[in-house]
Design a protein around this ligand. Structure first.
Ligand code: GLN
Length: 412
């Protein structure tokens, strides 16, 4: 008699790694911070539970920028992560360890988190697929937060099909995260389709035209031609210039403001590493002074400034209002178009020595849009410049991950 196989075995026995800000029962979860270097969670994050159920095997926790703050992975307690394509270059961050491990072929997938670009930036630098789904699509239960109104868990894989398989396993409602959505999770892999002939794709002209490297611009244009050849209709549109200019400051005020509030508990008394002090105040000051990377402390200073009572209206609340206006603009685009495409960033992975001051251009900043608006966004490798991978960013409507995946599948 034939034996019934009751569950799909696509991930059974498949090894994977987790970014080290995702809680694992009795396995250190440090968020690459000295402050949490001895933290042993008492429970598994929801994604970890789901992956366990599907038979996937966790083989390690991967380095990241401290608490997820950064794009370079240079602030990790364990030092930088090198790019497998050229070890003189960075893997990017903050999910840099995950990206390097997947890109070097050690595991077929990793789970990271993305608050501004942290799955998609390193995925682009390392030539792999990275996806941040809709905010609320995946439970954040067990994720050490960076900024909860922007944080999204997501996957990093070497193909779009693998992305569809993993996403299907980790998406869905969870009673432990009241912001996780009840919107039904489609069968992403089964619904993958190369037919994109009915898609209306918006190319953001005033973003891609800013690309200074003509080689990257040419790769981007050839992706657009390929989508056109596959039957999609391409429209060139401009995003309001005044909003593009403020994307980065708006994001930083909100992200660092939220982070400052979330991490006020890391004081050596309630949680984490503890330094010495004659008084409680001195102990907290010494703990936070020595427990965090200088870059992280800068973020807390900015966050505290924005949250200070006398500044709240002119900084934090103002940033929230501008965020709303930007989101309305994105929603307007999705009334007419199904997909937005942009370059994944300005350039290839920088050299380690030059990575401390990663430049921020409007082309780089556009990825943040997906977090401000909560929309799904996928990074797809699409060419090479100087032997290093270059990628394209594909964004879709809220909860329409399928169309984003299909568009990437057609382009892959
Ligand atoms: N690079 C952005 C920052 O440093 C986003 C990081 C992230 O997505 N976690 O805030």
């Amino acid at each position: 008699m034939k034996k019934e196989i009751s569950r799909d075995l696509l991930l059974d026995g498949i090894p994977y790694v987790l970014k080290d800000n995702i809680s694992t029962h009795n396995i250190y979860t440090t968020a690459s911070s000295r402050m949490l270097q001895d933290y042993l969670p008492l429970y598994d994050a929801h994604v970890v539970q789901l992956l366990k159920q599907s038979g996937a095997c966790l083989i390690g926790k991967a380095s990241m920028d401290e608490l997820g703050m950064g794009s370079t992975n240079m602030t990790a307690l364990t030092g930088p992560v090198y790019n497998p394509w050229d070890i003189r270059r960075i893997a990017g961050g903050s999910s840099g360890g995950c990206a390097a491990i997947v890109a070097s072929g050690l595991v077929p997938f990793a789970i990271g988190s993305d608050t501004g670009d942290s799955i998609r930036r390193p995925a682009g630098f390392c030539g792999i697929v990275g996806m941040k789904p809709t905010w609320g699509r995946i439970s954040r239960y067990g994720l050490i937060p960076y900024a909860t109104s922007l944080d999204t868990l997501g996957a990093m894989t070497r193909s779009v099909k693998d992305m569809a398989i993993v996403l299907e396993k980790i998406a869905g409602h969870d009673q432990h995260d009241m912001t996780s959505s009840r919107v039904e999770v489609p069968q992403y892999k089964q619904c993958l389709s190369l037919d994109i002939s009915n898609l209306k794709i918006a190319v953001i002209r005033n973003v891609y035209e800013r690309l200074e490297d003509t080689r990257i611009k040419d790769i981007f244009k050839s992706c657009v031609s390929l989508l056109k050849k596959s039957g999609a209709t391409i429209y060139e549109i401009d995003f309001p210039e005044n909003y593009l200019q403020v994307l980065y400051p708006v994001y930083h005020i909100i992200a660092n403001g939220e982070a400052t509030s979330h991490h006020a508990c890391l004081d050596g008394i309630k949680y984490g590493f503890q330094d010495k002090g004659k008084t409680i105040e001195e102990l907290i000051v010494n703990t936070r002074t020595h427990g965090f990377h200088p870059h992280t402390k800068q973020r807390f200073i900015l966050g505290a400034l924005a949250l200070k009572q006398e500044n709240q209206n002119k900084m934090f609340r103002k940033a929230q209002k501008v965020r709303r206006l930007i989101v309305e603009e994105v929603q307007k685009i999705f009334r007419d178009y199904d997909i937005i495409i942009v370059p994944n960033g300005e350039g290839i992975a920088p050299l380690v020595d030059e990575a401390q001051d990663l430049s921020h251009t409007i082309v780089d900043d556009f990825l943040i849009m997906a977090n401000l608006a909560g929309i799904p966004s996928l990074t797809l490798p699409c060419g090479f410049v100087d032997g290093m991978p270059v990628a394209i960013g594909i964004m879709g409507r809220c909860f329409d991950e399928q169309t984003v995946l299909n568009c990437a599948y057609a382009l892959e």
